[in-house]
Design a protein around this ligand. Structure first.
Ligand SMILES: Cc1ncc(COP(=O)(O)O)c(C=O)c1O
Length: 448
């Protein structure tokens, strides 16, 4: 049964009036809903029993695959023992254990872990930490934040301000946080189209930070935040040397470098972090999603020890040092899920698996070159995108139709603008990688 037929039967049985869906065309969806009922390993099952191969790990987050028994059991056990503990002025053991385990897979030095519940909250937390850090060191004038065009750093006011996705910003433009500037994005099809892995062209774009330092004076800039690989905008892989150059310039000018690893964290590139993969150590890393296999909302900021120390030492010993936190920071169920997930990653060597599968993934995605309307293909690790030519006057319509056709044929992909994005769980098999891209190829032919 195809998605539309399924939708009709479902809409007869479920009243969809009240749920205001996020980042969804509500009217379009409710006219032809796509509803998932269950999931196991690499597959979802829809309401009418159709199995759908998950080519996007949900939203770039279910890295260990769906329905992992160890995570479910750990959460169940934790909920029976301690369903909730206030995280302000009180704590529970798993919060400390989870922080230790997460710190253990971060690059050396990023060993202070602050928990939140979403990538957006992690980003806002990191931005606040940057401001608090400079203030605590007597550099309170460092208030400016630098993001990047086409960056996605969540949907809080901090995140959309440093972010560079126009649609996410324009309705709120008068209320974005002040004192923000942006680096140029790193994508240029004429210069780097169809690059396999990191493009050779584009390192010089990092030097734009020098221009911003000249314009604003470096002493006013608190932090630069970028996704090491920009995910949501359609997988923009950093040019060779680009992240290293950003690191050099931030160090030179006393600016904190924040890597938003909400997507790249936990094995997407074959290492725990993109920072480790690229050999570039930022001052802070934001993470979420795969931190606990997306089973319970959880995110975190990993900060360098000296950032934690500077902020703590600026206050009297008995004072709250940072007036920030969330009711559900380090929630017991989320922490239990985090520990169980990290154990799975380790035991099953899933990051190594991701690294080993990357060449196969690269070959399979680039085999789509030359298919109708394929304008660019980009990849790194187990993430990639196929960008299609837009239909005249209807940006996004072609990718949406391909997405629907793939779903009908049993594969869930993501689309953003006219790019199809891929980030399968790290347990994906080689045959499933072929299934994903063979299905996309057929879908492009059928609907393009
Ligand atoms: C790089 C990045 N940062 C932040 C976020 C926001 O995360 P959340 O949706 O959990 O708020 C996302 C979400 O996809 C992301 O990709």
């Amino acid at each position: 049964m195809n998605a539309i037929t399924e939708a009709v039967s479902l809409s007869n049985s479920v009243d969809m009036t009240n749920f205001w869906m996020p980042f969804t065309g509500n009217r379009q969806f409710k006219a032809a809903p796509r509803i998932l009922k269950s999931a196991k390993d690499m597959h979802f099952t829809t309401m009418d029993g159709q199995k759908v191969l998950d080519a996007s790990a949900g939203l770039w987050c279910v890295n260990a695959g769906h329905g992992r028994a160890e995570i479910i059991e750990a959460v169940h056990k934790q909920m029976q023992e301690l369903d909730y503990a206030p995280p302000f002025q009180m704590a529970h053991p798993l919060a400390f254990e989870a922080a230790k385990v997460v710190a253990g897979v971060m690059p050396k030095g990023l060993d202070r872990i602050f928990f939140a519940n979403s990538g957006s909250e992690a980003v806002d937390t990191a931005l606040k930490m940057a401001l608090a850090y400079h203030r605590s060191r007597g550099e309170a004038q460092r208030t400016r934040l630098i993001g990047r065009e086409r960056g996605y750093s969540g949907v809080g006011f901090g995140g959309i301000s440093v972010g560079g996705i126009v649609a996410n910003r324009k309705a709120y433009s008068a209320n974005l946080i002040p004192g923000v500037d942006h680096l140029p994005h790193t994508h240029s099809i004429p210069d780097m189209g169809f690059s396999k892995g990191q493009p050779q062209w584009g390192m010089h774009l990092a030097d734009h930070l020098e221009s911003l330092c000249a314009l604003h004076d470096a002493s006013t800039i608190a932090a630069v935040i970028v996704e090491p690989v920009a995910g949501s905008t359609g997988v923009l892989v950093p040019p060779v040397g680009y992240l290293q150059r950003l690191r050099e310039l931030c160090t030179k000018h006393g600016i904190l470098l924040i890597f938003d690893e909400v997507i790249t964290g936990f094995g997407r590139l074959g290492k725990a972090t993109a920072s480790e993969f690229f050999g570039v150590t930022p001052d802070m890393i934001t993470m979420a999603k795969a931190i606990n296999n997306a089973s319970i909302p959880m995110s975190a900021v990993a900060a360098q020890t000296h950032i934690y120390d500077a902020i703590l030492n600026a206050s009297p010993a008995n004072a709250i040092e940072m007036f920030h936190g969330y009711t559900y920071s380090s929630h017991p169920a989320a922490a239990a899920a985090c520990l169980a997930t990290q154990e799975i990653y380790k035991r099953e060597k899933l990051f190594d698996r991701s690294l080993a599968l990357a060449p196969k993934f690269e070959k399979a995605i680039h085999a789509l070159r030359g298919e109708p309307y394929v304008k660019d293909i980009r990849n790194l690790g187990l993430m990639g995108a196929v960008e299609l030519e837009s239909r005249a006057g209807a940006p996004g319509a072609r990718a949406y139709d391909v997405f629907l056709k793939c779903l009908e044929m049993g594969v869930l992909v993501r689309y953003t603008g006219d790019s199809l994005a891929f980030s399968p769980p790290l347990i994906v098999s080689e045959d499933q990688i072929d299934e994903i891209f063979n299905t996309v190829k057929k879908a492009i032919h059928l609907v393009a």
